[in-house]
Design a binder for this molecule. Structure first.
Ligand code: 5U1
Length: 674
């Protein structure tokens, strides 16, 4: 049955009433009815919409979280870039900011500023057309963000439909979405009771929530938003002062921070900062400073912008929070690429309401810079969501008995040698093929396109195989059975068989691919090819000392050292022998350079190639005695132009140089047998 006029009017009335109460509750923080009364209205509206689905509209308060999960976010190009703010850390920076402004404006008059708390959340853009919320987007890099409309619609303090009159036809409002402290605490308590991972802080939680592909999950998390500026605006007018624009936004139902104040000159700005700083802990949300903006929009326009920041605004940040504690120990962790990171184990200390017992030390240079020893009393700093760090040692408190911090010689995960090349910051484990901490990364690399190119073995599957305990290293891949594979989630017998076939096919490879697949640090595709061409077989490479390795093109002292160490690790050799035992093989690699009439010529590659990689093209040309250069000059003999070329091709044409395409290059390489 079609809805009668009376029903339509009732639906409209309920929506308006619910919107009003939502506004009173979420935006003004001043509810006038009880939760039970509100629920009653909401249920009435839902019931009518269920009975008359044709009356459901996008802006109905019942439609905040009804969307189906997305597979990915689409991109949004901001018509006006979303700016960031320059920072002031001390009073003098604010005074200097104010002075710069008056100098630019060539005025001695006191400047009026709008002062606002700086919310520690996630910048969001909201686009309203004819008063309707049509898009929500993240800031991204300031130019391109992600379309998070579905998630933004779940935030109750964001109106789906603007209220009142006089809003522009098109209005982009910007602000900060954030987790109120209470909602954050409740969510983490819930996560804890379910044995789920807790969020480190409200900002991370807000960012994670806005990046949920399933808006129903976002709706369960009670985010909020404060609006602080207007981006794009068409078909309307706004007041000439920033503080008045904020008032207009509030009249249209958008949530504006109630602590916004006007200040005259730097001294009042600093007073505002001190006042907010004193209230910081009592606020229901986290802030990391305050923002000062020249209030007069005309003056803002006169002042203009630098590349990413306006000259007319500055964020006066609170200092990072610090605590004093004792360094009990230093552990060494291995990352997924083998980098060894020292981690400080501290006597637990509360910093800004959070208990800290670990801090990153980054690398051995940092330890040396701090002059740190175990037993020291240290100052730790926590800034936002950044991992806490040790900023200094209190030498006066150093005890008589301390222990020096030494880089371990062997990897804590696999006992392979740890190597720190001369001049290198990071120390690394050399057990790439066999190290438990690196296993997923090393298997993923082993199966990648330029390595063994195992079709169907993507990152997710590698993860599953390792997590299920089916494989520990690349050689284990060749022991997998159909029976094991079909037991995996989302693995049909056909996919299992395809994978087994792909593994079988991958056994026939080339020596250079195999060397590259081992994942030796610093050995990319080109070096792997040079090694393969030089040695022709694996045995020679395994036995080579550093001196011999350094005679090979592309191999310097550091790379030679890495290669040598890699093959010194018994555990790596065990995996290599196991791979060979599973039947991996290749034709003996041709060594040496082919005599060709191209020898001595200089070629340049530009644009993207399709049938071969740029490194492959380079190596094959080098085999013919051609020098491959990075830039075009009069000395260039020939330019190979792939797709999407740029200035190199233009220059080649200007100089009248010979230019060939990828097909011609391949024909030529094949003619010469390179
Ligand atoms: N309160 C406030 N935060 N905040 C952040 N105002 C404000 N303004 C900003 C940013 C990035 O940018 C202006 C340049 C609009």
């Amino acid at each position: 049955m079609a809805a009668s006029k009376k029903i339509i009017a009732e639906v409209e009335r309920l929506r308006n009433e619910i919107n009003q109460h939502n506004y009173r509750y979420h935006t003004q923080d001043d509810p006038v009815i009880s939760d039970a009364e509100f629920d009653h209205l909401f249920r009435d509206l839902k019931a009518l919409e269920a009975q008359y689905p044709e009356l459901i509209s996008d802006v109905s308060p019942t439609q905040r979280a009804g969307a189906a999960p997305l597979s990915a976010f689409s991109q949004v190009v901001h018509e006006m870039p979303m700016l960031s703010l320059d920072n002031a850390f001390v009073e003098a920076d604010v005074i200097e900011f104010d002075r710069r402004i008056r100098t630019r404006l060539e005025s001695d008059e006191e400047v009026a500023y709008a002062c606002e708390p700086k919310i520690d959340g996630v910048a969001v853009s909201l686009l309203y057309e004819e008063g309707k919320l049509v898009r929500g987007a993240t800031r991204g890099d300031g130019t391109t963000g992600e379309d998070i409309t579905q998630n933004v619609r779940t935030i109750e303090s964001i109106p789906l439909q603007l209220m009142g009159k006089g809003y522009p036809d098109k209005l982009e409002v910007r602000g900060e979405a954030y987790f109120p402290r209470s909602a954050f605490r409740e969510m983490n308590q819930r996560a804890q009771s379910r044995g789920e991972k807790e969020f480190a802080n409200p900002r991370n939680a807000a960012a994670g929530t806005l990046r949920q592909l399933d808006s129903r999950l976002a709706a369960e998390r009670k985010l909020a938003m404060f609006c602080y500026s207007v981006g794009l605006m068409e078909g309307g007018e706004l007041p000439e002062k920033h503080s008045e624009i904020l008032q207009s936004l509030a009249e249209w139902g958008l949530r504006v921070n109630p602590l916004v104040e006007r200040a005259h000159g730097a001294v009042q700005c600093v007073e505002y900062y001190k006042g907010i700083s004193g209230r910081r802990e009592s606020l229901g949300y986290e802030i990391d400073g305050v923002v000062f903006k020249v209030d007069d929009i005309g003056l803002q326009q006169k002042l203009g912008m630098l590349t990413r920041t306006p000259r007319w605004a500055i964020a006066h940040k609170f200092p990072a929070e610090e605590g004093i504690t004792r360094l009990n120990d230093v552990d060494f962790q291995v990352g997924r690429t083998g980098a060894i990171t020292p981690v400080a184990r501290l006597a637990p200390v509360k910093v800004g309401g959070v208990t800290i017992s670990n801090a990153t030390l980054h690398n051995m240079d940092e330890i040396a810079r701090l002059g740190l020893v175990i037993g020291d009393t240290v100052i730790v700093q926590r800034a936002g969501d950044v991992i806490p760090k040790i900023v200094s040692v209190i030498l006066e408190k150093r005890p008589a008995k301390t222990t020096a911090i030494a880089l371990p010689q062997h990897c804590p995960a696999c006992s392979s040698d740890i190597l720190r090349g001369e001049g290198e910051v990071a120390a690394r484990c050399t057990g790439g093929l066999s190290c438990g901490a690196q296993q997923k990364e090393s298997i993923r690399h082993f199966s990648s396109r330029l390595a063994l190119d195992i079709e169907g073995l993507g990152d997710k599957l590698v993860e599953q195989l390792v997590d299920e305990g089916l494989i520990e290293n690349a050689a284990d891949l060749y022991q997998l059975t159909e029976k094991q594979l079909v037991k995996l989630e989302r693995m049909a017998p056909k996919s299992a068989n395809n994978l087994l076939e792909a593994l079988e096919t991958s056994k026939e490879t080339t020596l250079s691919r195999f060397i590259y697949a081992l994942g030796i640090q610093e050995v990319g595709e080109t070096t792997a090819r040079s090694l393969a061409m030089h040695f022709g077989d694996l045995a020679g490479l395994l036995e080579a000392d550093e001196e011999l390795l350094q005679t090979i093109s592309d191999v310097g002292a550091i790379v030679a050292n890495k290669i040598h160490h890699f093959f010194q690790q018994k555990s790596n050799l065990a995996v290599i022998h196991s791979l060979l035992g599973h039947g991996l093989h290749w034709k003996k690699e041709e060594t040496g350079v082919i005599t060709s009439s191209l020898a001595g010529e200089t070629w340049v590659l530009t644009g993207s190639l399709h049938s071969l990689t740029r490194n492959e093209a380079k190596a094959r040309l080098q085999k013919l005695g051609v020098k491959v250069a990075g830039s075009v000059s009069r000395k260039t003999t020939c330019v190979v132009a792939g797709d999407a070329t740029g200035s190199k091709l233009t220059k080649a044409q200007e100089l009248g140089l010979k230019v060939i395409d990828e097909d011609e290059l391949i024909t030529l390489l094949e003619e010469y047998g390179a």
